[in-house]
Each structure stands twice: as structure tokens, then as C-alpha cells.
Write a protein of this length. Structure first.
Lengths: 289, 194
């Protein structure tokens, strides 16, 4: 390397030498070169002068304080962003589960009593297709969503405890498949409100046996973001419990279908609630600007 | 290296007054960097203000050990955006030519006279800085105007030490050439060397 340093004037190293930023070996190489190269000695002086001139440029003080006004205090509350970002996937997950359930429902009811479930199914699927594009927009704006999660702090607290339960039972998730999320939804209900307890826990058991095949379809998404499901579930539960218990009663007469129907409603509510949780704060913020 | 400032943690927890203490401490630094990047004090104050607003909004994501470097990265990125915006602004060729080499029109208030350099030399240096490619300008402003070391500049510019070293060297060579072209501007103590 020495021959290289001698043949070419080491301008870059000279500059770093001025700043005292060279390692021991490079510094000695530069000093050796300087001893024998007049041009570089001159250059060294000029580079030092240039640095000195720049350091003497006048400094200014801002003519006003740049401290932020009170209006900024409300804008942001505590949150490490990455964990909360996941909420933006919630609508997509809830929608996947809902569609899965409707699919199961459709298969189950083709045998008999198709009139009222058909009506529900088509209404659900049009709602689904109408909102299908929105979750994608949501994932693109994950940051905004994290702020949305912030606004939902009170709502997500029970979800956090549900998440704890869920991770404890993680070993069993392989058998749980897509239905697990809705089961978690049902679990979240009793922690929130006592009166929905009966309806929720009765809804808890069936899904895993009700539909071995079709529910495996949403599995990758669901297992990918289990925490999200729990958050969605809790969000849905907040708005939902009373309605679920109301709707559950008349369905009880029609036997086997009712649990599936309850799950559909829970999933639909979870979807709606998560959409609200993600998008409402954004809309509010936009209007504030 | 840099001791963690408790005010940073408080600001991350949403304490605006803690953040504003940091603003007071760093506003002069940020403003002066922006001034040398953009050429006018008004533009510098605007950019610095925006930098602090952005910093407040994203302080939850600050994880480094140099808050100063992180802040300067936000500020210099804003300056770069501003320079690009100016570059895109439609203007006559004469204006473009002037823009390239000249600092912004002077502000209403003159710069303080505390500097050892006369006005002509200051303008000459600022014009020479304005001619540098933006990345070289950032590097040499942080190094020679503000006195940051290479490691901190590398953090502020999100690049390697080697890149910082070469950007500073190239910037300094260019500044030197510009200064050598106008020796009459230099203080006497600099003339004998060249």
C-alpha cells in the first residue's frame, strides 16, 4: 500500500488527518508522505485554513423560540410504534374469519331452512365486498393506525389480558385454526361484561368441530397475527355484548345453527369495530388539521 | 458515549415540556445547520421549526444514543427536501443561474457582526457552500461549521464512516479551490500559506 500512497497524493487521508480522524497506521503513512511531498504540505495548510474559515462563520440565534405550543401536547400520547402497528391488520383478519364463517354457514344450510340464512349470507357478503379494499389502505397507513390504537387505549386493555391467556395456550393453537380467533372474541366478552357470559361461553365450544375443512382456509392469516385477533375481538366485544345476547335468544329455538350465527355476528361486529378503531381517529385527525 | 438524557425519556412518554427543554437546548445548533444548508435565516428558522415538530411526532421511535445526531438527520433531510423543491420551482434561466451560486436575498435584519470574517468573505463562503452537492454540503457543515466528529456525522447522515470521510474531503477540496480563486478576501493570516 505504501507505493500507492506515495504515487497518488492522499487528499482524502489528508483531509481526515486535519480532523484527527485517521487510524494510527494511516496517520503515520500520511506523515511520512508529508515529509517528502511539498505539494501535500501546502495542501494540508490550505485544508486547515478552509476548515478554520468555515468554523468562523457567524452563528445566528433564532429570532423566536422554536418550542412547541400546547396544541402539540394532545397530538401524541405514549406509544412505542411497532407493537401497535399490528392493529391495522385487524379489519382484514376479522373479515377473513367472517367470510369463512359465512362459507361454513352456506354449506351447512344448503340442506334446509335456506331462506333466512341465504338473506343473511348475501347481505354479509355484499358488505364484505364493499369494504374489501379498505383494509389494504389501512395497512399502508400503519403509522396512523398506531395513533388510532393509542386512542383506543381503554379498549385494548382487556385485549392485552386476553392476549396473555392466548399466548399461554399457544401450544394448542395448531388445532384451533381460524375459529380460535372468534373463540378468543367470545372469551373476551365475559371479561368485559358479565351478562353476556352465557351466550359467549356457549358459543365457545362448537366452532372447532363445526367446520374442520373450510376453516383451515383463513389459517395462515389468523396464525400470523394472533395478537391482532385478540385486539379485534376485544374491540368488537366492547360494542357487542348486549346485542349478541339479544340476538342469541330468538336463535336458540332453531338449534344447531344458532352458535354459528352468533359467531358470525361476533365476527361482523369485530370487523366493524376494528374498522372504526383504525379509521375513525384518522378521519378525526384529518378534520382537525 | 452520549449519556442518556432523562428528558428524552420523559418526552417519549408524552411530556411536551420536557421536549421543549430539549428544543431550547438544541434550537441554536439546528438553526445554524439549516442556515448553512439553505442560506437564509428565515428559511433556516422555518426548517428548524418543522424539524422539531417532526422530532416530537416521532420521538417514540428514537432509539439511538445520539439525540443530537438524530435531530440533525431530521433537520438536514428537511433541508434537502426544501432544496429539491427549490430546484423544481419553475424559474427563468437567469434566476436559475443566480440561484445556483447565490445565497438567498438578505433578510430584513442583518447577520450579527460578531464574526471575525468580513461580510464579503462570509457571502463568498456561503455561496461556495451553496455550490456543493447537497450531501457534501451537509457533511462539511456538520464537520467544519458545527464540529461534529465523523462517527456522529455518519449517524446523522445514515451512512458509513468511509463515505463521511470522502464527502468531507471532496467538499473541503472544492471550498479550498473557491477560496484560492479569491485570495483578496482572505484574512492576512491565511494568505501566506497559499
Amino acid at each position: 500500500m505504501t507505493w500507492f500512497r506515495r504515487s497518488v497524493h492522499p487528499e482524502e487521508d489528508l483531509s481526515a488527518y486535519v480532523d484527527g480522524e485517521l487510524g494510527e497506521r494511516a496517520r503515520r503513512a500520511v506523515e511520512t508522505h508529508l515529509a517528502s511531498c511539498e505539494a501535500c504540505s501546502t495542501l494540508l495548510t490550505e485544508l486547515r485554513d478552509t476548515k478554520a474559515l468555515l468554523s468562523e462563520l457567524p452563528r445566528v440565534e433564532p429570532r423566536r423560540s422554536l418550542a412547541l405550543g400546547r396544541e402539540f401536547a394532545v397530538e401524541r400520547r405514549v406509544v412505542p410504534a411497532p407493537r401497535r402497528m399490528s392493529l391495522s391488520f385487524a379489519p382484514a383478519v376479522a373479515l377473513t374469519i367472517l367470510v369463512g364463517l359465512l362459507f361454513v354457514d352456506a354449506i351447512d344450510t344448503t340442506g334446509g331452512g335456506s331462506d333466512d340464512s341465504g338473506a343473511f349470507g348475501s347481505a354479509g357478503s355484499t358488505a364484505a365486498s364493499r369494504t374489501a379494499e379498505q383494509p389494504e389502505a389501512g395497512t399502508g397507513l400503519a403509522l396512523e393506525a398506531s395513533k388510532a390504537a393509542d386512542a383506543e387505549d381503554s379498549a385494548t386493555t382487556p385485549a392485552d389480558s386476553a392476549a396473555g391467556q392466548d399466548s399461554a395456550g399457544d401450544g394448542e393453537t395448531s388445532r384451533a385454526t381460524g375459529g380460535a380467533a372468534s373463540a378468543a372474541a367470545a372469551e373476551a366478552v365475559p371479561t368485559e361484561e358479565g351478562d353476556a357470559d352465557g351466550a359467549a361461553s356457549s358459543a365457545l365450544a362448537p366452532p372447532s368441530e363445526a367446520s374442520p375443512e373450510p376453516e383451515t382456509a383463513p389459517e395462515p392469516l389468523a396464525s400470523d397475527s394472533f395478537d391482532d385477533d385478540d385486539q379485534v375481538a376485544a374491540d368488537g366485544a366492547n360494542g357487542g355484548p348486549e346485542e349478541t345476547s339479544l340476538l342469541a335468544e330468538p336463535d336458540d329455538s332453531s338449534g344447531g345453527l344458532s352458535t354459528l350465527r352468533i359467531l358470525e355476528i361476533v365476527a361482523a361486529l369485530a370487523f366493524a369495530a376494528s374498522l372504526l378503531a383504525v379509521f375513525l381517529p384518522r378521519i378525526v385527525r384529518r378534520q382537525e388539521r | 458515549m452520549v449519556v442518556e438524557d432523562p428528558r428524552i425519556e420523559r418526552a417519549q412518554a408524552g411530556d411536551l415540556s420536557a421536549f421543549n427543554e430539549l428544543v431550547v437546548e438544541y434550537q441554536s445548533l439546528v438553526c445554524n445547520v439549516c442556515l448553512r444548508m439553505l442560506g437564509s435565516q428565515q428559511a433556516a428558522e422555518d426548517a428548524a421549526q418543522e424539524a422539531f415538530i417532526n422530532a416530537w411526532r416521532s420521538i417514540g421511535r428514537f432509539r439511538g444514543d445520539s439525540f443530537r445526531a438524530w435531530l440533525l438527520r431530521i433537520a438536514t433531510n428537511l433541508c434537502r427536501d426544501e432544496l429539491r423543491r427549490r430546484g423544481r420551482r419553475p424559474s427563468s434561466s437567469l434566476e436559475t443561474a443566480l440561484d445556483a451560486g447565490m445565497p438567498d436575498p438578505p433578510d430584513e435584519e442583518p447577520l450579527p457582526e460578531e464574526s471575525a470574517l468580513n461580510a464579503e468573505l462570509r457571502d463568498g463562503l456561503q455561496a461556495a457552500l451553496a455550490e456543493l452537492p447537497e450531501e457534501q454540503r451537509t457533511a462539511i457543515v456538520l464537520s467544519d461549521v458545527e464540529g461534529l466528529d465523523y462517527a456522529e456525522i455518519a449517524v446523522a447522515m445514515k451512512t458509513s464512516l468511509g463515505t463521511v470521510k470522502s464527502r468531507i474531503a471532496r467538499a473541503r477540496m472544492r471550498m479550498r479551490e473557491v477560496m484560492l480563486r479569491q485570495p483578496e478576501l482572505l484574512p492576512t493570516r491565511f494568505r501566506q500559506g497559499g
